[in-house]
Design a protein around this ligand. Sequence first.
Ligand code: AMP
Ligand code: ZN
Length: 136
Amino acid sequence: MDCVFCKIVRHELPAEILYENDKVIAILDINPIHYGHALVIPKTHCLDFLSVKESDLHDVLHVTQKVARAIVTTLKLEGFNIFSNNGRIAGQSVFHFHMHITPRYPDDNIKFVLQLKSYDGGAMAEYADKIRHHIL
Ligand code: AMP
Ligand code: ZN
């Protein structure tokens, strides 16, 4: 399979591996937002957050917490973000599910540029009703 993360999982491509077990590998991102930015990747290939197997998701989150603790301690961080980009329009560039852990610093000026909306009338309840209907 021509997937960069699968190649890293198989140790066919070099990576700075922070941690691995039989289900998950954590590496440093090659183009970090801040130094120490890490990626946590299930060893079994899957496209994104919606398709990752529940047990792999559990293992990925567990390792994300373990690695985040180490990054916070090492870099003496006051804060960090964990996130996952899903779909090209959301910024996903490697189509093998992964979590990002990125250090944050005071005044580092990293932010989503947001124009926040408010709901009109019953729109909030309508959105909630529609979404609840699709929860399986
Ligand atoms: P995303 O854009 O959310 O799919 O994240 C993919 C991330 O993988 C990006 O931040 C890239 O910098 C990173 N990346 C791509 N190739 C490699 C690689 N060979 N080793 C480490 N990180 C990589
Ligand atoms: Zn893959």
